[in-house]
Design a protein around this ligand. Structure first.
Ligand code: FES
Ligand code: FES
Length: 167
């Protein structure tokens, strides 16, 4: 693979990169995105597939970017949190969650990009998830601040709002 060009579209912009020159062939996608290309919304915590912090969208589906090599993303379209508009409904749902009894959906914000992108992926596959399906869909994500109730409620509300809009 070293020396061959690979192509990716990241947040709407095309990149052509040479493994072995622009990045090491052994680098993960998370390392390439965060450390080489500056997409610091890709959080790195466990680096072993156990926390969900490094989640990105690969061709619209959530993946753990610490668990795949950068070269495996050749030809793919990638979205990090930086690629979503500030008024994305899922971002707004997380930012605005304050309903009594649920608390916030964001405290320190470290886990938030991963949760938001997982929610995007979940709702694109299943626009009307039940509470159990939301829990199941987000179960690979760890929030060290423990605001799980607020997150679940924010996702329920944004799913409902999107489905109302579609009526
Ligand atoms: S950093 Fe990738 S799953 Fe934890
Ligand atoms: S809000 Fe702090 S880790 Fe989730």
């Amino acid at each position: 693979m070293s020396g061959q060009r690979i192509n990716m579209r990241i947040n709407g912009r095309d990149y052509t990169l040479i493994p072995g020159k622009d990045f090491e062939v052994t680098e993960t996608l998370s390392e390439l995105l965060r450390e080489r290309l500056g997409f610091t919304g890709v959080r790195l915590s466990c680096k072993q597939g156990a926390c969900g912090a490094c989640t990105v969208l690969l061709n619209g589906r959530s993946v753990l970017s610490c668990m795949m090599l950068a070269v495996e993303a050749d030809g793919c379209e990638i979205t990090t949190i930086e690629g979503l508009p500030a008024d994305d409904p899922v971002i707004l749902a997380f930012a605005n969650e304050t309903d009594p009894g649920y608390g916030t959906a964001m405290q320190c914000g470290f886990c938030t990009p991963g949760f938001v992108l997982e929610t995007k992926s979940l709702l694109s596959e299943n626009p009307h998830p039940t509470r159990e399906e939301i829990r199941d869909g987000l179960s690979g994500h760890v929030c060290r601040c423990g605001v799980y109730q607020g997150i679940e409620h924010a996702v329920e509300k944004v799913a409902q709002a999107i489905s109302e809009e579609g009526k």
